[in-house]
Design a binder for this molecule. Structure first.
Ligand SMILES: Cc1cc2nc3c(=O)[nH]c(=O)nc-3n(C[C@H](O)[C@H](O)[C@H](O)COP(=O)(O)O)c2cc1C
Length: 324
């Protein structure tokens, strides 16, 4: 599939996930075969004000490429200004967030709130495309609520104004992350536009990825929560859809090794203090479904150093052997 003139190989990309899919996790997902990754949403206003924290979110490491940097906001001029600043970080793509349901984003008129104003969506895409040196993509939702299902209209307007691809999450803002994603809306968007469409929502197995591609006709799928604690999903999707192979699930030892690798990378990028606080939720994702996971989750919440993580990993491995 091509996004603009950029060729993307693979069937599945990693969804942007603020507070979860950081540089360490994105690099790991790329190493497991994610076709591309998207950064955590960055405030256009913050970037334009030269706010350090917002600008940090624009950084792209070589191991992440191809990577898209995601901007949110609702003022075309501010979005364009932030896009211009983002260019200095040399992303492979710029992505515009029209799907975030968080009140602190929608209250300011950004994220999924834009799904209520298709004309403004068009203005934003045009303004960003005018200054961007890389293809501009847009991530949308089904709509604001069941009475405001605007995905097809918004996708068409985005395409007309220069978007190079559309990612669509098949839920309304009202649904947040609950219920089931509507794959029919993905199918409708795919039928409407001629730029690539990336389908998103509820891909938790390789088999589901295949089903979404087949059912909706979309060009690629995007995996969010299904990749947390489970970057193997990308190699499983590649094996199944590439040559019909079903890979064996990762062993507990493999899971613990990868958790450790992710923690070490996070320490390298953020320092041990911050890294260990942020890795706690990843521990719970890596141990999900294991014997004694509830008790281990309690322990995960207290980990403060790599040494403590190593102890916890030992305990996980022992408890599985002993059958505790
Ligand atoms: C913790 C978390 C953070 C997220 N942050 C973002 C974000 O920064 N930008 C964005 O466009 N979507 C964000 N999303 C939405 C996901 O990209 C994705 O659309 C959604 O999780 C549905 O896909 P899934 O069913 O595969 O998880 C976030 C989702 C989660 C769970």
């Amino acid at each position: 599939m091509n996004i603009g003139s950029y060729k993307i190989d693979g069937f599945a990309s990693l969804a942007p996930m603020a507070g979860a899919a950081d540089r360490a996790f994105r690099e790991i997902c790329r190493s497991f075969g994610a076709a591309m990754v998207t950064g955590e949403l960055a405030s256009a206003k913050g970037i334009s004000r030269m706010d350090k924290k917002s600008q940090l979110l624009l950084q792209v490491s070589p191991a992440e490429r191809p990577m898209s940097v995601q901007l949110f906001g609702c003022e075309p001029e501010v979005m364009a200004q932030s896009a211009q600043i983002a260019m200095q970080y040399e992303p492979d793509f710029l992505d515009i967030n029209m799907g975030c349901p968080a009140p602190k984003v929608t209250a300011g008129g950004g994220g999924s709130s834009l799904m209520k104003d298709p004309a403004l969506c068009g203005e934003i895409v045009r303004a960003v495309c005018e200054v961007s040196k890389v293809p501009v993509t847009v991530k949308i939702r089904k709509g604001w609520d069941e009475n405001t299902v605007t995905a097809v209209e918004v996708a068409g307007i985005c395409e007309k104004n220069g978007a190079a691809a559309i990612a669509i999450h098949g839920r309304t803002r009202e649904q947040m992350y609950s219920g089931q994603a509507d794959w029919d809306i993905i199918k409708q968007v795919k039928r409407t536009v001629s730029i690539p469409v990336i389908g998103n929502g509820d891909i938790t197995t390789a088999e589901k990825a295949g089903r979404m591609l087949e059912y909706t006709g979309c060009d690629m799928v995007m995996v969010g929560r299904g990749a947390l604690g489970n970057p193997w999903i990308f190699s499983e999707i590649g094996a199944l859809l590439g040559h019909g192979a079903v890979l064996p699930p990762p062993s507990i030892e493999e899971k613990m090794l990868l958790l450790r690798r992710q923690a070490a990378l996070t320490c390298e990028y953020k320092g041990e203090y911050t890294a260990m606080r942020e890795i706690r939720k990843h521990i719970t994702w890596y141990i999900k479904g294991m014997r004694g996971a509830a008790a281990l989750r309690g322990l995960a919440g207290t980990v403060k150093t790599m040494d403590e993580l190593d102890l916890l990993i030992k305990q996980v491995l022992l408890s599985q052997i002993k059958g505790e």
